[in-house]
Design a protein around this ligand. Structure first.
Ligand code: SF4
Length: 357
């Protein structure tokens, strides 16, 4: 399967492997939901304030900008204002009705004040919220995780996370398709799913892509057990299982799909096994930050970009920085990006749509 998958990747992507130089902005770590594996989620008592202030957003964005980043990755828990009065009050005191409204303003601030391009992951979204976010984001993201309803059942990892109900997530992905928003999604491997459920999840993503054409990238992310979470003793997927999943993803999703494995999740100790995923058909290493930690997997540092470049070269691949929107969508005329962002991106890109070096 790996041989087939890697041939498929070579046919469409050649020997280019991309990554997005990014800065990570955890706009809020509060969340309405409880996922069994999540260590990103915090309670109001654990945080200094419910949301990053505009000053903090700008300060962090500028650090990234100075280090050559292009993506401002905004990550949020799911609608914390629905659970915590601290979040509600913080927003209302500043004139915002919701986290999404505040997020829109922060994306606009970053666009206005820096050369970065926002990519937001704020959870499930309504049609109107997607419409508003499209104006101030180069692309948006929502992990499908898995289409399995079983995982939302008793003792499943998503039992207490209504936003992880696959129908809700598929609905956000579908609405984003209607609105022509370049979209990143993916699966989480090792949270109790079966191999058949992974296949079904990739098929669901492929069907969306066939209908709307807006899925720019699929992430195959392996679950890692975190201390002090309900799943801290769960057994994570082995490298071989993840390798098989990546190959299956490429075979189901086809030559053209951009498939990513985050390199920091496979770079523990001396092991840099992310390299093996090239053999299973990946063509992207995702967002890598020279400025901030991975707040979702804080124990896993990103490899240095210069080092990755050398490694890829030794394996016969060229590592190229991309924007949070893939080149395919940058040059599409049919309304995938708002005009202002598109013009700015095109001015910033080389003729193939990668970051001009
Ligand atoms: S994974 Fe996302 S939705 Fe689930 S608890 Fe963590 S922040 Fe909330």
């Amino acid at each position: 399967m790996c041989a087939i998958a890697s041939k498929m990747r070579d046919r469409s992507k050649g020997h280019t492997v991309s990554f997005s130089p990014k800065v990570f902005l955890p706009l809020t770590q509060l969340c309405r939901d409880f996922c069994g594996y999540c260590a990103y989620r915090q309670t109001p008592r654990q945080v200094r304030q419910p949301y990053m202030s505009p000053e903090e957003v700008l300060e962090t964005a500028r650090v990234g900008e100075n280090l050559g980043c292009k993506e401002a990755l905004f990550v949020l828990g799911e609608r914390p204002e629905e659970r915590y009065f601290e979040a509600r009050h913080w927003l209302r005191d500043r004139g915002y009705e919701s986290s999404i409204e505040y997020l829109c303003q922060m994306c606009a601030l970053v666009i206005r004040e820096t050369s970065l391009y926002p990519h937001s992951n704020p959870g499930t979204l309504t049609y109107r919220e997607l419409q508003a976010l499209k104006e101030v984001n180069a692309s948006l993201g929502l992990m499908l995780e898995n289409t399995s309803l079983r995982l939302c059942g008793p003792r499943g990892p998503h039992e207490w996370a209504p936003s992880k109900h696959p129908h809700k997530r598929m609905e956000t992905l579908r609405l984003a398709g209607e609105l022509k928003i370049p979209f990143t999604t993916g699966v989480l491997v090792g949270i109790g799913e079966t191999a058949a459920e992974l296949v079904e999840s990739f098929e669901a993503i492929r069907n969306l892509q066939e209908e709307y054409g807006h899925i720019q990238e699929v992430i195959v992310q392996n679950f890692r057990p975190k201390p002090d979470t309900p799943m801290e003793h769960a057994v994570e997927a082995t490298e071989a299982e993840t390798l098989r999943t990546v190959a299956v993803a490429r075979i189901i999703l086809g030559d053209k799909m951009n498939i990513q494995v985050p390199p920091n999740l496979f770079a523990t100790g001396n092991s840099r096994s992310y390299r093996v995923f090239l053999n299973a058909g990946i063509n992207d290493l995702g967002g890598i930050s020279p400025a901030t930690i991975d707040y979702v997997n804080p124990e896993a540092p990103w490899p240095r970009i210069a080092f990755l470049k050398e490694e890829m070269k030794a394996l016969g691949y060229e590592l190229r920085p991309r924007f949070p929107v893939y080149p395919e969508y940058l040059f599409k005329e049919s309304g995938y990006l708002c005009t202002t962002l598109r013009n700015r991106l095109i001015a910033d890109a080389d003729k193939e749509g990668y970051v001009r070096q």
